[in-house]
Structures are given as C-alpha cells and as structure tokens.
Write a protein that binds this ligand. Structure first.
Ligand SMILES: Cc1cc2nc3c(=O)[nH]c(=O)nc-3n(C[C@H](O)[C@H](O)[C@H](O)COP(=O)(O)OP(=O)(O)OC[C@H]3O[C@@H](n4cnc5c(N)ncnc54)[C@H](O)[C@@H]3O)c2cc1C
Ligand code: SF4
Length: 585
C-alpha cells in the first residue's frame, strides 16, 4: 500500500526547464516544493570527459530507456500501433534536468501569428483558407502578453544572440552577444542576403562569454567543443536547469528533489488534486506526496498519460471531434519537418567543421509563420531556413554525394575528400494539428509497471507536405547561391507518410491551452479548467507547432504559470482566468 507523506506547498513531476523554473520561482517566494524525478541525480561533474559519441549519440545514454516505457505509433485509426524501441526515433529526456540538459540551446521566440493563428488567418485570408481537418485555434494570449516572460527566460538561460531583423517587439536585447561566427556561417548569410532574405544569428543558450544570470548563477563561456546536442556540458557553458534554476531552488533551503521516483498517478477527489502517487525505482515502495498545488512537468507523453490514467479531463475522440485530452498532438517530425533540406558538396572550399556548438549558426525568417503571403499557396504557416555549425563528431560525419557506392575505394576517397567540404541547410516547418493526429492510451502495450503506453496516431495532411516541399526548394536555392558544386536534396515525396520515427523530441499538444474550457484543457496560466490546483506545463499545452523550436516558449509559459501559482497560493484559490466562449472549431 502507498505510504502517505507530509503535505507540502507544491509537488512537481519532472526537473526539466518547465519543472525547474517552477521550483525556483516558488521556493524563492518561500514555498516548500518537492520535485519527483524518475531519473538519476546528475551534476556538471558527471559530464566531465563525457565526449563519448558511442555512449551518448549511438547508445543514447541520457535518454529514456524505451524497453521500460515508450510511445506506440500508427498512421491511422484502423492500424494497430507498434512501440518505438529505438532511441534514434524518439529522444526523450530521462535524468535530472531532463532533455533540457542535452538540448542544443536553440532559443527562438515564437511569432505573434502563432498565438492568434486562427483569427489572424481568417482576418487576412478568410475562413475558407483553413483546410477542412485543420484544428488550429487561438491560444487565448498574445505575443505582447507573453513577451515579458520570454525576456525572463532569455536572461535566466543567458541567451547569446542578435536581434532578428524580421522579429517583433522586445523589451530588451539578448543578455549576451552572438557566439563567434565562422566562414561557413558567413557564406550562408551572404547567399541569403544576395537573394533578398534577412539572415541573422541563431539565438543560443551556449554562452558567448561568462555570464551571471539574475538569480546569481554563473554560466561559463562556451568552448565550441561540438559535443552539445545529446550531451551534458562539462564546461558549465550551456544554459540548462542544472546550472541555473535547480541550483537557485536548492539555495533557498525550501526545495527537495527526489530522484529515481516515477510518478504513476494524480490523486484527486474529482474537483481538486490531492497529490501525486509515485514509486521509488530502487525499493519498489509506493508513496503519495500530498500538496496544495500539483504540477505536471513530465514532458508531453507523461503529462498526457497521467491525465488519461487519472481520468482528469475528457479524452479526445477524433470520430466526433469532442473531448480535449490528447487533442492537437504535433511536433517536428523528421521526414516532413526537421531533417529536410539541401546538402551541398564543394570541390574548392574547405572548412573547419569539427568545432561548433549546439546552436551555432544563422537562420532566415522570411518564410516563417505568416511572414510570406499565403494567398496563392496551398498551405498555412511556414518554415525557417537554418544553417547549423554544430560541429561534426567523428562517427557521425560520413557524407558523400548521392550515387556514391556505399563501400569500397570510391566511397573511401569521396568520404575523405568531402569530409570538410559539405554543408547542410535545413527547412524547419510547422507541422499543423489535424483532427486525426492525437494521443490516447494504447489498448495493447503496457510499460514495466503495467500501465498502458501512450499511443500517437500521426497523419500528415496535404498542406504539411506542400509546406515542406516549398521549404526544400528554398534550401536548394540558397545552397546553389552558396556555390556548391553538387546539391543533394533531402526531399519530401508527394505521398510521404509518418515513418514511425520522431528523431526530435519536439512533441506538443494533448492538454492544450485556450480561453474556452470547451476547446482547451488549461488556461494561459497552464491551470486545468477542470481542477484549479492542477497545473500542466511544457509543450503539452501548445495547440499547434510553429516552425521555431519550442523550448524558449515552454520556459516563458513556465514563468507565467509560476506567477499564477503564487497568486493562487497567496489568495483564496479559484481560476486565474475567466473562461470565455470562443468560436474556435
Ligand atoms: C537532443 C535534443 C536537442 C534539443 N535541442 C533543442 C533546441 O536546441 N531548442 C529547443 O527549443 N528545443 C530543443 N530540444 C527540445 C527540448 O529539450 C525540450 O523542449 C525541453 O527540454 C522540454 O522541457 P520540459 O521541462 O518540458 O521537459 P524535459 O526537459 O524533458 O523534462 C521532463 C522531466 O520529467 C521527467 N519525467 C518524465 N516522466 C516522469 C514520471 N512519470 N515521473 C517522474 N519524472 C518524470 C523526465 O525524466 C525529465 O527529467 C531538444 C531535445 C533533444 C532531445
Ligand atoms: S559546445 Fe559549448 S555549450 Fe555545448 S557542450 Fe561544448 S562547451 Fe558546452
């Protein structure tokens, strides 16, 4: 039987950016907080000397063990879903700090268009522009309202960047100047400028200089070591929860992290959350941690799984379009929105591609969101065109032009020749939500504790394919302008289907945000409409996917939610936002 523990002010699932920011903000105000983290404890010292590509990028040592718990996937409702067991197909964070530790650090704000996507689309093009099955909806908040929280996140994470020439209102510049530039970044920028576009440096949570954030945490200058994406930073030079918010929370004396603690259920009485049930992974003992406020920040799959298992909110039904939990699942799915683009091979140019950082590069926003006129286009939203100077690691760097034999003398010659002579630019697109792409509980497969796995049904609509194809064409255009001798396209066929591989962990939706409880699970403070002391944080609250990466927006909403929680705890409870009926479909 589960042992009930002493009540605290707040209990949180997960210690990534979403959970970490909440822990820091509440403990700074004097509230007692317990964070439950299923993975092991880790610190910067654990990453020293960890430049082991086999361990981290091939065996995915920092990621969730998919033999114990995973997601099942299918492409339509009449298929039986199958479990994803290969980490290269779903890179989900697992230990203290979550994926927010082994992230790259690309720190982009979303566009004003994103938060009012439905009304701005109707205003500019009319309602008939929205495809039949497309379930975009406004978020109930504007960019201007979210802006102060973006600024807070950038200052906490120490973002290095320069102002986007096509960007929107900012209350302040970036806290750090951009990272060093490189000849290949300059080549990309020059080509994009020649074509009339507006390139700018990718904002990075890799420090361009040593920096002390407003909470007093010092983040060191980046060494351009190239072991950033999928690795913890041994230099303490990446803005992550371990070197920032978790440290801040610990210093207050009001914070406890319980590692190796897997949360299995939200305990509630139908109207209010009572606490979280969890299992100690080492002893197998079950506990209930009661709290005044319960926060789900366990990433998209865990958040949805806990809500569905605990029977909170109405599950989404794609046949009727009714219900919420599981609705509008989106992401950057690799074969349509992430790894597409153009790879150029250069015969007379050579670069040092071995150095780099997770977010070193430049990008173009001319085609993002609604920045281009969609009147004559058969898709909504857009794509970002990005050149990354990630740093090529030894095992992963084996690119040869298409048509080269996969082995033998010619392969070896070309592999060596092009080692430092190939560059890739990518189109990152916003895969939009549709009626038939959603999450629910799998009726067949269970996790190691006997609970159903979460199931993702993923269906691409025609507009997602058209948008992606448009993006690949722009990549080809820029790569040609850069002077590549051979341009190979990583293209999107007309009949492309979800290939059961996510690759990124930019998953969003399921417990989506809005003004109207009929079409959303949480309000803009991430507070559940149905259960006022339950807050659901992270990408699960995003009603759609932008072409920009999600984490800065996750961080901004975590700051806003924390503010709401403090108001809730200081006052007499109740909903923080008045519910409104909207015309969102
Ligand atoms: C390799 C990689 C590179 C990335 N690069 C970028 C980038 O450059 N820019 C960007 O914007 N985004 C990037 N992302 C995405 C980014 O990492 C996530 O958006 C971000 O970390 C989400 O923060 P979070 O707090 O919601 O979740 P997480 O950081 O994943 O934290 C969730 C935590 O909850 C814990 N947890 C889950 N379930 C349970 C449970 N049942 N019980 C207890 N604990 C639980 C997990 O162990 C984890 O620690 C990247 C992701 C990966 C994998
Ligand atoms: S590239 Fe910079 S931020 Fe990334 S792991 Fe290396 S030193 Fe750290």
């Amino acid at each position: 039987m589960a042992k009930e523990l002493k009540k605290v002010d707040a209990v949180i699932v997960g210690t990534g950016w979403a959970g970490g920011i909440t822990a820091a903000e509440l403990t700074k105000k004097g509230y007692k907080v317990v964070s439950l983290e299923r993975g092991k404890e880790q610190s910067r010292e654990d990453f020293i000397g960890a430049k082991d590509e086999l361990k981290y990028s091939i065996r995915y040592d920092m990621m969730q063990d998919l033999s114990k718990d995973t997601v099942t996937t299918r492409t339509s409702m009449d298929e039986t879903a199958r479990p994803v067991r290969n980490n290269s197909h779903a890179r989900i964070g697992n230990d203290m700090g979550g994926a927010s530790v082994h992230w790259n650090g690309v720190s982009l704000r979303w566009l004003p268009y994103d938060f009012e996507i439905r009304s701005k689309t109707i205003e500019r093009y009319g309602e008939s522009k929205i495809p039949e099955n497309c379930t975009i909806q406004d978020w109930g908040i504007t960019y201007d309202e979210l802006e102060p929280y973006y600024d807070k996140f950038e200052k906490t994470a120490g973002v290095s960047g320069e102002v986007n020439p096509l960007g929107h209102k900012r209350s302040d510049g970036y806290p750090n100047p951009p990272l060093k530039t490189t000849p290949s970044i300059e080549l990309f920028k020059k080509a994009a400028t020649n074509l009339g576009y507006h390139p700018y440096r990718l904002p990075a949570a890799n420090m361009s200089q040593q920096y002390t954030n407003p909470d007093g945490e010092t983040i060191n200058a980046c060494m351009y070591c190239a072991f950033c994406e999928e690795y913890g930073c041994d230099f303490g030079a990446k803005g992550d929860p371990i070197v920032t918010v978790l440290e801040t929370a610990k210093k207050t004396g009001n914070f406890e992290i319980r590692n190796e603690s897997t949360v299995t259920e939200v305990i509630h009485d139908g109207t209010k959350a009572i606490g979280l049930k969890y299992i100690d992974n080492i002893t197998g003992q079950e506990f209930i941690q009661p709290a005044d406020i319960v926060v789900l920040a366990g990433f998209v799959f865990t958040n949805n799984k806990l809500l569905l298992k605990s029977k909170i909110g109405k599950p989404y039904n794609p046949e009727t379009g009714e219900g919420i939990i599981g609705k509008n699942f989106t992401g950057h799915f690799s074969n349509i929105s992430t790894y597409i683009g153009a790879r150029g091979f250069f015969n007379d140019e050579k670069w040092n591609l071995s150095m780099g950082t997770g977010a070193l590069g430049a990008t173009v926003d001319d085609f993002s969101g609604d920045n281009m006129d969609h009147t004559d286009l058969d898709f909504l939203h857009g794509y970002e065109i990005r050149y990354y100077h990630l740093g090529q690691r030894p095992i992963d760097n084996n690119h040869v032009p298409e048509g080269t034999p996969a082995w033998g003398k010619e392969y070896k010659e070309k592999n060596l020749f092009y080692h430092n002579r190939n560059l890739i630019i990518r189109a990152k697109t916003g895969f939009l939500p549709n009626r038939y792409t959603y999450l629910d509980l799998d009726p067949t497969y269970k996790d190691e504790l006997g609970d159903p796995l979460i199931r993702a049904t993923v269906h691409y609509e025609e507009q997602d394919i058209k948008r992606a194809q448009h993006g690949v064409e722009r990549c080809k255009e820029i790569m040609t302008e850069m002077g590549a001798d051979i341009v190979d396209l990583i293209d999107v066929p007309d009949d492309v289907k979800f290939d059961h591989k996510f690759y990124t962990n930019h998953f969003l939706g399921g417990a989506i945000m809005g003004k109207d409880p009929a079409t959303s699970a949480v309000n803009t403070y991430s507070q559940m409409w149905d259960m006022e002391n339950l807050f659901v944080l992270g990408g699960s609250s995003f009603p759609h996917n932008s072409n920009h990466d999600p984490t800065e927006t996750i961080g901004a909403f975590a700051y806003r939610a924390s503010e709401g929680m403090i108001t809730y705890l200081e006052g007499d409870g109740g909903l923080l936002v008045e519910a409104k009926q909207t015309s969102n479909a």
